[in-house]
Design a protein around this ligand. Structure first.
Ligand code: GLA
Length: 716
């Protein structure tokens, strides 16, 4: 619900209210929190120290300013004053991906009289998700260019200086580990300056204190920054948007600049805020044919073969993939150009016929086995040892007369250039058509270093690159609406809402070790639903960590996302093959629940003795929980958990899945007891043969099925 009442602007979602006021030309926060059904007395909540929705330079407010504008005379003061508020039809953001599914928005307009610069801040309420989206744009109505040094997507300001700042940080193979920082009196920054949303600092952040949590994310895949600042006077400010690092946008007269959309949620607890964000992503970010469609169980050949394969090897893998019940075969890196290792071939999206025997033919042979066919591409990159580079060195991202920085032996293509965008679009469309791909894994395996484009202003480069990428993705996904796209960036280096607008799935991490996956998936699930997280079972010892865990444990953990196998299936023993077939048929039987149910986190995946998740069906009739015990404790009797999300009034049949896939019935228990009582987990230590796996992680998968009232009566 959106309402304009004189100088007050009210946005309501199912459980929250946001009240803004035009206070003498400045729009300020009066209230953001639990839903109010009566706003009587709201004027009493006006604040002597105004909490602005957007702070400006030169206005006497000496904390972090949100908006940074430099005029052609070198001055930086702006005085954007409220002009009017309107309820407008919901609009897409020009050139950028954004949320969808709302009909109306509230638009606030501001004007800086001397420069005729206009600012628009547009709010949309996603009622059932309890999320508010904010889209900010600037229009240069003057006669001279202005230079944008920082454009916020959103500014939040709350009372109190006892908040913590929660960030999700990491690196390659250790993405999105939750960190909590006390803000105190001072300033903290969560930022990516590597050209992508990054492995290092995800754009999703929260500020929280007991009973009060604000979650913020950006619909953006490039450099981003969130600054939080608390001052002695007791105010905490959060500003999120494109990182101002190397950002200086020339806004010509008559032109507009659109900042990426920000999405904000208020809740009483971190878990509730996370549930709101995940609901929002499933409903208003992920789109197209695959939005709610069961995602296929895939087999990927990367860890099975790396670059060393031929058609025969791939077909033998596909034979076993079909036999064990997988549904999609993904041919990873190495099928094109002269790509026999990672020194060459990127950019040459032509079949490596000696290896594949013809990509179209290979794909058809795989489909003939009853599998869908998917293929890996890394379209934003080029190797200098490639026909593309030899023919079009000008397509590469390079600074004239400077040696480019190579990462994984590759350099990037200059996607800021429309000609290069055209090349990438045509090349990938051709690949899809040639092999009738039903799935594309779109990889991006380095960070950006040699930013340069002869026709763009240098301060515009990073953003222009991302706009170029979105332009290509917009066209490709429109042309191939049936293809399931999965985004990847050396694992989870671009797990963000921008990519999810085009690609319903992301490869969560190259680290497939179950023990590490527990925290990587829990950190990811703070902001992104499990249907967006690729989760594969791979061989042991694990290729990244050398740790070993049982096949059952690896499967249990992968049930937290979209299941796949990244494994040399031809080397499986008959017993392992049977075990995996059972896993796949169990996952298929419960796929709807596992991929689209409401997932709650259990314990503490980052530093606890116990962690895991429980995924509950919308009607609460069924739930699956996986509990994970990272180490065997001496005093193990104390290891237990409270489940979540079950219908407390109902009775559930409780069973667990044993190593060979049998369901072992434990008994019946009320939802109330399961959620409130301490459920014993010490029996989980019996799941692993410790003679085979030393120092393993212990997991168990529990199934809860509501016992119907009728059956209960008969039993009584
Ligand atoms: C990246 C991906 C892997 C794999 C390789 C191929 O590292 O994250 O899954 O596709 O590239 O080169």
């Amino acid at each position: 619900m959106l309402k304009i009442k004189e100088n007050y602007f009210i946005l309501e979602t199912e459980h929250t209210s946001l009240v803004l006021k035009n206070d003498g030309g400045e729009v300020v926060y009066l209230y953001y929190g639990e839903k109010l059904n009566n706003y009587c007395g709201i004027e009493l909540y006006e604040d002597g120290w105004k909490s602005s929705i957007l702070s400006q330079c030169g206005t006497g407010n000496h904390r972090e300013p949100a908006l940074g504008v430099r005029f052609s005379d070198g001055s930086r003061k702006t005085n954007l004053k409220f002009h009017r508020a309107r309820i407008v039809p919901f609009e897409k953001i020009e050139g950028l991906p954004c949320s969808y599914g709302a009909e109306k928005s509230l638009r606030l307009e501001f004007i800086d009289a001397p420069s005729k610069l206009k600012l628009y801040v547009t709010y949309t309420a996603y009622e059932e998700s309890d999320v508010v989206s904010v889209a900010t744009s600037l229009y240069n109505g003057g006669k001279k260019p202005v230079y944008l040094e920082s454009v916020p997507s959103v500014q939040l300001e709350v009372r109190g200086r006892d908040f913590s700042f929660i960030t999700f940080d990491g690196d390659w193979a250790s993405e999105r580990r939750r960190h909590e920082h006390k803000i105190g009196v001072g300033k903290l920054v969560n930022e990516s300056i590597v050209g992508s949303s990054s492995h290092h600092h995800n754009p999703f952040t929260l500020i929280e204190r007991a009973g009060e949590v604000y979650a913020v994310n950006l619909v953006y895949s490039g450099n981003h920054r969130t600054v939080v600042e608390s001052n002695d006077a007791g105010k905490t400010r959060l500003i999120a948007g494109i990182s101002p690092y190397a950002f200086d946008w020339e806004l010509l007269p008559g032109a507009s600049f659109f900042a990426p959309e920000a999405v904000v949620a208020y809740a009483a607890t971190e878990e509730e805020a996370s549930l709101c964000m995940r609901r929002f992503v499933s409903e208003h970010i992920v789109r197209g044919k695959w939005k709610k469609k069961p995602r296929p169980i895939l087999v990927n050949n990367w860890e099975a073969t790396y670059f060393d394969f031929n058609a025969e090897k791939i077909l033998s893998l596909a034979d076993v993939a079909a036999e064990i019940g997988a549904e999609l075969f993904v041919l990873d890196d190495g099928w094109f150009g002269a790509r026999d290792d990672d020194f060459r071939g990127l950019g040459d999206w032509e079949d490596h016929v000696e290896k594949t025997g013809g990509i179209g033919i290979l794909a058809d042979k795989i489909r003939a086995k009853g599998l869908k066919f998917g293929i890996w591409v890394e379209p934003e990159m080029v190797n200098e040892d490639s026909d593309l580079y030899r023919k079009h060195p000008e397509y590469a991202m390079k600074i004239p007369r400077r040696e480019p920085t190579r990462m994984r032996n590759q350099i990037m293509l200059n996607l800021a250039d429309p000609q290069v965008q055209g090349f990438v679009y045509r090349a990938i469309a051709r690949v899809i058509e040639q092999c009738k791909a039903q799935y594309i894994k779109w990889d991006y395996n380095r960070t950006m270093t040699d930013c340069f484009d002869k026709s763009s202003h240098s301060g515009e480069y990073y953003h222009r690159y991302i706009l170029g990428l979105y332009n290509v993705l917009e066209k490709l996904t429109a042309r191939f609406p049936n293809v399931l796209f999965e985004s990847c960036a050396s694992g989870g280096g671009r797990f963000d809402l921008g990519m999810l607008c085009y690609m319903p799935q992301t490869w969560t991490s190259d680290n497939t070790d179950a023990r590490d996956r527990v925290y990587i998936q829990a950190g990811t699930a703070a902001a992104y639903p499990q249907s967006t997280m690729g989760a594969h079972v791979s061989i042991c010892p694990n290729h990244q960590t050398q740790n070993s865990n049982s096949l059952e444990t690896r499967f249990d953990v992968a049930c937290g996302g979209v299941l796949g196998y990244e494994y040399d299936l031809t080397k499986l023993t008959d017993a392992e093959k049977k075990e995996i077939s059972e896993q796949i048929s169990f996952y298929k039987a419960h796929r709807e629940l596992l991929q689209f149910g409401t997932q709650y986190m259990l314990g503490n995946a980052f530093e606890g003795d116990m962690s895991g998740f429980i995924t509950v069906s919308p009607d609460k009739s069924k739930a699956i929980s996986v509990v994970c015990l990272p180490f065997r404790r001496v005093w193990y009797h104390t290891v237990c958990t409270k489940f979540q999300g079950l219908d407390e009034k109902a009775v559930y049949a409780v069973s667990y899945r044993d190593a060979v896939g049998n369901l072992v019935k434990l008994g019946e228990a009320s939802g109330a007891l399961l959620c409130k009582g301490q459920f014993r987990l010490d029996t989980v230590y019996d799941t692993v043969d410790t003679k085979r796996y030393s120092n393993p992680m212990y997991t168990r998968l529990y199934l809860f099925e509501k016992v119907s009232a009728k059956r209960r009566k008969t039993n009584e």
